[in-house]
Design a protein around this ligand. Structure first.
Ligand code: FMN
Ligand code: SF4
Length: 441
C-alpha cells in the first residue's frame, strides 16, 4: 500500500499529489512598490523542486493599507497578475500546486510603509507589542476591504493559480475581528462570536460571488489564541478557544470554504508560532532597529533587547510561554483533531513537522489530512524527497532555533543555524543561493 504521506489529497476543486504543503514563509524579495521579482520565483522553486505537493504563499496583501512589511509582492491591482502567472507557471513545471495567501495586516505589522503609516483594525487600540497605531474601521472601510479580498481571489484565479487561502490566523486583520480579546466593537461586527465572525464570512461570500464555487478557497485559523501568553498582553483576555474556532470553521464551510489550515496564537510572532527552542535576542537587538521609529513601544523594546538583563528576561518569558523543544513537532495536533471532527472538509495542520513517522501517525490517527511545513523545509528544502527515499528525519534537522525568524526583517530568509553547516561560508552560500538566477538576465 502507498505510504499515506504520498497518497493524493482531493479537495472539492483541487487535487494535491501528496500530504506535504509548504507553509507560508518568505523574505523581503520584491520591490518596495509590491511588484514581484525573479528572487521570489527562485524561492518558491526551491520547495517545488523539493517535492512538496503544494506551496502556500507567504502573506500577500489585497489592499494598499494591508501591507505588513515592504518588499513583499502584493495582489491589490490587476497589473500584479502577470507576475503571479509567471510564478505559478514556474511552480507547475514541477508538478506542484500554488495557493496564494490573501492577507491584510490590520494593526499588526513589522515595518509600516511610508505611504500608509497607520493601520486599520476592528479596534482603535494599537498592537500591544510594538504599539503600531490604527483606525477602527467604519462600515464603509469594511465593505471596501471585503471587496478587496474578493478581487484578490479573482486576480489569483486569472493568474492561473490553484487556489487562495484567507490569512485568518496569527493576529492579522481577520483575527482582529474574530478574537474575543482584540475585537471591542459595539456594532454588528463585534460582541458575540457570530458578530465577530461576520467580517470573514462576508469575505467568503464575496469571494464566492466573484469567482464562483469552482476555485479552491481555504482558511488559516488560530484555533486556540493563547492571547495573554506574554506579560504585555495580560490586559487583554485569552482570546478564542478551540471550541469557538470549530464553530467558526463550520460557518466558514457552510459559506463555501474548502479546507481549514490549523495554526495557533493571536499574534505573529507568538511564543507558540513559530514555536522555538530558543530566541536569539542578540540578533533581535540588531534587526529590530528597522522597527524602532515606527511604533510607540518599539524604541522601548529596542533598548530592552540591547540590555543584557532585560533581553534575557524577555527571552525567558518568551520561551516559558511556548512549549518544550520535544513538544514542538505537531504542537497543534490536538486542536486540529477538534476542528477535523467539526467539519467535513480536509484539515491541514502546521507547527514543527519534520519526521515522516510523526506525520504518518497524525494522518492515520485522523488528527489532520495533511501537514504544512515552513522552517523545517527552509532547513531541508528536499525533505519530501528524503521521506520518499525512506528517511524518517533529515540528518541535520531544523533545531527550531528561530534564527530565520529574527533575521527576516532585515536579512534574506534562510537557515541561519550555523551548527547545521560545515562552515560560516557554507551557510552564507546557502542563504544567498535564492538570488540565483539573478533578476536581470
Ligand atoms: C520567517 C517566517 C515567516 C512566516 N510568514 C508567514 C506568513 O506570511 N503567513 C503565515 O500564515 N504564516 C507565516 N509563518 C508561519 C509558518 O507558515 C508556519 O505556520 C509556522 O512557522 C509553523 O510551522 P514550522 O514549525 O514548520 O515553521 C512564518 C514563519 C516564519 C518562521
Ligand atoms: S534558522 Fe534554520 S534551524 Fe533555526 S529555526 Fe530557522 S530553519 Fe530551523
Amino acid at each position: 500500500m502507498t505510504d499515506v504521506i504520498f497518497q493524493p489529497l482531493s479537495f472539492r476543486n483541487l487535487t494535491v499529489k501528496n500530504r506535504i504543503f509548504r507553509s507560508n514563509i518568505s523574505g523581503r524579495f520584491d520591490n518596495y512598490d509590491g511588484s514581484g521579482t525573479q528572487t521570489r520565483i527562485n524561492w518558491e522553486l526551491k520547495f517545488a523542486k523539493g517535492g512538496v505537493g503544494a506551496i502556500i504563499s507567504s502573506f500577500c496583501p489585497v489592499h494598499p493599507r494591508g501591507r505588513i512589511i515592504p518588499n513583499y509582492a502584493t495582489i491589490e491591482r490587476d497589473d500584479r497578475i502577470p507576475f503571479w502567472r509567471a510564478l505559478g507557471a514556474a511552480v507547475h513545471e514541477h508538478d506542484c500546486k500554488f495557493i496564494l495567501q490573501l492577507s491584510h495586516g490590520g494593526r499588526q505589522r513589522d515595518i509600516p510603509d511610508f505611504a500608509h503609516p497607520k493601520g486599520q483594525s476592528s479596534t482603535n487600540d494599537p498592537d500591544p507589542l510594538h504599539g503600531f497605531e490604527c483606525d477602527r474601521m467604519t462600515i464603509a472601510d469594511i465593505k471596501e476591504v471585503v471587496a478587496a479580498f474578493a478581487e484578490g481571489a479573482r486576480r489569483a484565479r486569472d493568474a492561473g493559480l490553484d487556489g487562495v487561502e484567507l490569512h485568518g490566523a496569527n493576529g492579522y486583520l481577520i483575527t482582529q475581528f474574530l478574537s474575543s480579546a482584540i475585537n471591542d466593537r459595539k456594532d454588528e461586527y463585534g460582541g458575540s462570536l457570530e458578530n465577530r465572525a461576520r467580517f470573514v464570512l462576508d469575505i467568503v461570500k464575496a469571494i464566492r460571488a466573484r469567482v464562483g464555487r469552482d476555485f479552491h478557497l481555504q482558511m488559516k485559523i488560530s484555533a486556540t489564541e493563547y492571547n495573554n501568553a506574554l506579560l504585555v498582553l495580560k490586559r487583554e483576555g485569552p482570546g478564542n478557544t478551540v471550541q469557538e474556532s470549530a464553530q467558526v470553521c463550520k460557518w466558514l464551510v457552510d459559506a463555501g470554504v474548502d479546507a481549514i489550515h490549523v495554526s495557533t496564537g493571536s499574534s505573529f510572532p507568538h511564543p507558540r508560532n513559530p514555536a522555538g527552542a530558543d530566541l536569539d535576542v542578540a540578533v533581535l537587538a540588531t534587526t529590530y532597529q528597522q522597527l524602532a521609529a515606527s511604533g510607540t513601544n518599539t524604541f522601548r523594546n529596542l533598548l530592552l533587547f540591547h540590555n543584557h538583563l532585560t533581553a534575557e528576561l524577555f527571552r525567558k518569558q518568551w520561551l516559558d510561554a511556548g512549549v518544550p523543544k520535544n513538544q514542538i513537532e505537531g504542537l497543534s495536533l490536538a486542536d486540529s483533531r477538534v476542528i477535523k471532527q467539526a467539519v467535513p472538509v480536509p484539515v491541514i495542520c502546521t507547527g514543527g513537522f519534520q519526521t515522516a513517522s510523526v506525520i504518518r501517525k497524525a494522518i492515520t490517527n485522523g488528527d489532520c489530512d495533511a501537514v504544512s511545513m515552513a522552517r523545517t523545509l527552509v532547513a531541508n528544502n528536499d525533505l519530501v524527497h528524503q521521506f520518499a527515499a525512506g528517511k524518517d528525519r533529515a540528518d541535520q534537522p531544523c533545531t527550531y532555533c528561530n534564527k530565520c525568524l529574527v533575521h527576516v526583517v532585515e536579512h534574506p530568509i534562510g537557515c541561519y543555524e550555523q551548527i547545521r553547516y560545515p562552515s560560516y561560508e557554507a551557510m552564507v552560500q546557502q542563504i544567498m543561493s535564492v538570488y540565483q538566477p539573478p533578476p536581470f538576465q
